[in-house]
Design a protein around this ligand. Structure first.
Ligand SMILES: *[C@@H]1O[C@H](CO)[C@@H](O)[C@H](O)[C@H]1NC(C)=O
Ligand SMILES: *[C@@H]1O[C@H](CO)[C@@H](O)[C@H](O)[C@H]1NC(C)=O
Ligand SMILES: *[C@@H]1O[C@H](CO)[C@@H](O)[C@H](O)[C@H]1NC(C)=O
Ligand SMILES: *[C@@H]1O[C@H](CO)[C@@H](O)[C@H](O)[C@H]1NC(C)=O
Ligand SMILES: *[C@@H]1O[C@H](CO)[C@@H](O)[C@H](O)[C@H]1NC(C)=O
Ligand SMILES: *[C@@H]1O[C@H](CO)[C@@H](O)[C@H](O)[C@H]1NC(C)=O
Ligand SMILES: *[C@@H]1O[C@H](CO)[C@@H](O)[C@H](O)[C@H]1NC(C)=O
Ligand SMILES: *[C@@H]1O[C@H](CO)[C@@H](O)[C@H](O)[C@H]1NC(C)=O
Ligand SMILES: *[C@@H]1O[C@H](CO)[C@@H](O)[C@H](O)[C@H]1NC(C)=O
Ligand SMILES: [Ca+2]
Ligand SMILES: [Ca+2]
Ligand SMILES: [Ca+2]
Length: 684
């Protein structure tokens, strides 16, 4: 057939029919059916015309008029006839090559044979009267359907994103992050479906992309495909020191400079005392422990024209076990007596010329109770009474007074001796943390000493009885305690003046393996309120919210026993975290009370020195304790099992003024600054 000549099967197979807003891919079968329908309608007319032409112009030679009868129109006749004459000329002898002539003539009137239409863009070539019409597939245009339609030039070809014109068609494409849905629509690709796209980070699908995100404090690293910690400390986020932590950071302010962390967790603020005033003092009392090194707090000199015996009477109270109450007499080589506390009892040391003697007798009196003590020369005896009951009666041979230019002279010092303490008959630490009131020296009223004390707060005792040492909020006490067991109990009784401060700390090199402190912020729970914190380094092990700065005494007990840490504040158990305490470091650590030394700020939670009264008692296991104490204190001392560090000598005490709480252990010695000189008062 002729049509099959013009429309090759291979061309059909490649054709695609594209319509305006939606496209149809026409299968070869569908295309064939469509073309066959068109062909059948044409065929009827064509075949009639061909028969006619055969008869009129092939079997015999026709004139132009005869030809017009076949075509029934002029344009086709005009088109046909000259070409007919050419055929005759070419294949003129009808007898010889009839078939060639037949073919030549038959082909003349069909302008679609051969087809002038583009093979690829044409559905069908329609033969017209002396003309032809190419019917184009969608996507093609032009007289011969040879021209591609640029679909993209109109409304972007209906494409969501990009339109790419192609020969005979067009193609929509999508920008990165999208994929084609159908032929025109672009849909977001859910990249998170691919599990590896963000590695270990969180994947969030977004329109046109995706986001690998991390928790606050972390940033996504697209190289390792993971979340990495932000080192906030690289930017100066802290007014004080900065510690970077996984996912966060912590600021530390130097408590040793009086600073604490502000509520914004980055600025530093001044530490203020919660109790603006020190505990009330009794202006009619004399505090004996004010001087660190045990020099006297009061010096008196008596001159009498008439000889009298020595007598002294006073009320006295102490928790201290050791120290000088008073000295009376002349110079070192003449006669003198010292009344002291030793191992909790009264002790009399005396020197009359060449004779030295030490006597100790009576009950234990360092229980914090007031006692009336009197010392009196009666004839050739010295009688010492406690609460009017004689506890010592010692025969003496000599006079405590020295006759100088007709005057009987006597020196009297309180709270210390007027010479070096190593000249005492029986060695003891002269500093006595005790309180005296209602004193009568040599029966005389002394108004000048009363006036001096009343005008000087530091010379007075606190009126409330608070056992323990006074920590003024500067410095610390350092003890040499050997922890032989890894079980530890620390017992503290305190009356704080500030809600922030280190109570107890074990320090090993730059580390603080254990600390007990008061704080106004708990970094673990992020709570701003008063806390007792037990920490290992800067990690909280136990905590207890407790308002301790209320003018009352409070008890804190921390026990570390095997794996267990417990915190009791006034008997109430605190919250304990599941943190292992490095008990193996205890034996290598130094014990600091009331503050920490110059360790890095970030190595512990609280660095501020404690301010207030504190009585400390910490121990390792009781049996260990006893052994340790005996080694430490020498065989002649008794062992006080419930009070180990308090019984030990501090090596360094960087506390400026320890006047205060009613008990200050006498064995504490100052290796720090020398205290100011004693108050000297003369009496007639
Ligand atoms: C458009 O399509 C042609 C043929 O498929 C391709 O070669 C060309 O890269 C495409 N251009 C764009 C911009 O997509
Ligand atoms: C990814 O998420 C972060 C945090 O939610 C946001 O700041 C950022 O703009 C997001 N990026 C993209 C590309 O969505
Ligand atoms: C990581 O991100 C940066 C900038 O955002 C980019 O220049 C780099 O090519 C990305 N690397 C990878 C592995 O994706
Ligand atoms: C903090 O104390 C310092 C000195 O002790 C003082 O100069 C400063 O003004 C105080 N700051 C505040 C906010 O009280
Ligand atoms: C009393 O002490 C002063 C100064 O310490 C000294 O000069 C004086 O000699 C002492 N008196 C007696 C009687 O020893
Ligand atoms: C005390 O006696 C010693 C010798 O026993 C003597 O060297 C010293 O100078 C005397 N001191 C006084 C103050 O008399
Ligand atoms: C601490 O005590 C131990 C044993 O009691 C002793 O060996 C050591 O020398 C002491 N250290 C100091 C600095 O006193
Ligand atoms: C520490 O205490 C635990 C529990 O009370 C006990 O089992 C353990 O034996 C103690 N360890 C030492 C060394 O005393
Ligand atoms: C500490 O506790 C853990 C489990 O809670 C246990 O496995 C471990 O043996 C304990 N260690 C000690 C020294 O008790
Ligand atoms: Ca096109
Ligand atoms: Ca996406
Ligand atoms: Ca961080």
């Amino acid at each position: 057939m002729r049509l099959s000549r013009t429309l090759s099967r291979t061309a059909l197979l490649t054709l695609m029919v594209v319509r305006w807003s939606h496209s149809i891919l026409v299968s070869p079968q569908e295309a064939n059916q469509f073309l066959n329908r068109q062909r059948r309608a044409n065929q009827v007319f064509e075949e009639t015309k061909q028969g006619h032409l055969e008869r009129e112009c092939v079997e015999e030679k026709c004139t132009k008029e005869e030809a017009r009868e076949v075509f029934e129109n002029d344009p086709e006749t005009d088109y046909f006839y000259p070409k007919y004459l050419d055929c005759l000329q070419k294949y003129g002898d009808p007898e010889k090559k009839k078939q060639d002539l037949v073919t030549c003539v038959h082909n003349i009137p069909d302008q679609c044979s051969p087809s002038p239409c583009s093979a690829i863009g044409t559905v069908r070539c329609e033969d017209k009267k002396g003309d032809f019409l190419c019917h184009c597939f969608t996507g093609w245009t032009g007289a011969a359907c040879e021209e591609d339609v640029n679909e993209c030039s109109t409304a972007n070809g209906g494409c969501d994103h990009d339109c790419n014109n192609t020969v005979g068609s067009y193609r929509c494409s999508c920008r990165q992050g999208y994929r084609l849905d159908g032929r025109h629509m672009c849909r977001d690709v859910d990249e998170c479906q691919d599990n590896g796209v963000c590695g270990t980070a969180r994947c969030e699908n977004t329109e046109g992309g995706f986001n690998c995100s991390c928790d606050i404090g972390y940033v996504y690293d697209n190289e390792s495909k993971s979340c990495v910690d932000v080192d906030e400390c690289e930017a100066s986020v802290c007014a004080g020191e900065c510690l970077n932590t996984p996912g966060s950071f912590r600021c530390f302010c130097d408590g040793r400079l009086g600073l604490k962390l502000g509520q914004d967790l980055s600025s530093c603020k001044n530490i203020t005392r919660c109790m603006m005033q020190s505990p009330k003092r009794n202006p009619r009392s004399l505090y004996l422990g004010r001087m660190f090194s045990g020099v006297p707090v009061v010096r008196l000199r008596f001159r009498r024209r008439v000889h009298t015996g020595f007598s002294a009477e006073f009320d006295f109270r102490t928790f201290d076990r050791e120290g000088v109450i008073f000295f009376a007499g002349g110079h070192l080589n003449s006669s003198w007596i010292v009344v002291a506390m030793h191992r909790g009892r009264l002790e009399l040391q005396l020197k009359y010329g060449a004779v030295s003697r030490v006597t100790s007798s009576g009950p234990v009196v360092n229980d914090g109770q007031w006692r009336k003590i009197s010392v009196e020369e009666q004839g050739r005896s010295l009688v010492i009474k406690i609460d009017r009951e004689a506890v010592m009666k010692i025969a003496v041979n000599g006079d405590l007074f020295t006759l100088k230019k007709g005057m009987h002279e006597l020196n009297l010092t309180v709270g210390g001796v007027p010479f070096k303490e190593d000249r005492l008959v029986n060695q003891l630490n002269p500093r006595l943390d005790g309180c005296m009131k209602d004193w009568r020296w040599l029966t005389g009223e002394d108004t000048s000493i009363q006036e001096t004390i009343q005008s000087n707060d530091n010379m007075q005792c606190f009126s409330t009885e608070v056992p323990g040492a006074f920590y003024p909020g500067a410095g610390f006490a350092l003890f040499n305690i050997t922890y032989e067991s890894q079980n530890l109990t620390v017992q503290l009784t305190l009356l704080p003046l500030s809600g922030i401060g280190v109570l107890f700390a074990l320090v090993h090199q730059d580390k603080v393996p254990l600390s007990i402190a008061l704080a106004d912020y708990n970094p673990l729970t992020d709570e701003w309120r008063d806390f007792v914190l037990v920490s290992v380094g800067n990690v909280i092990v136990a905590s207890s919210p407790a308002l301790l700065c209320d003018g009352q005494r409070h008890d804190i007990q921390v026990t570390i026993s095997g794996n267990q840490t417990s915190l009791l504040v006034d008997g109430e158990a605190g919250r304990t975290e599941d943190v292992e305490v490095p008990t193996n470091l205890f034996s290598h650590s130094s014990t600091f009370i009331g503050g920490i030394p110059d360790v890095p700020l970030v190595s512990t939670v609280v660095s501020a020195p404690y301010s207030g009264c504190m009585e400390d008692g910490s121990s390792d296991d009781a049996q260990e304790q006893a052994d340790h104490v005996e080694n430490h204190r020498g065989p002649q001392e008794t062992v006080q099992v419930d009070h180990i560090p308090a019984a030990a000598d501090p090596l360094v005490q960087q506390v400026e003024d320890l006047g205060g709480c009613s008990r200050m252990d006498s064995r504490r010695r100052s290796l720090g600054k020398a205290p100011p000189g004693p108050q000297t008062v003369s009496s007639p």
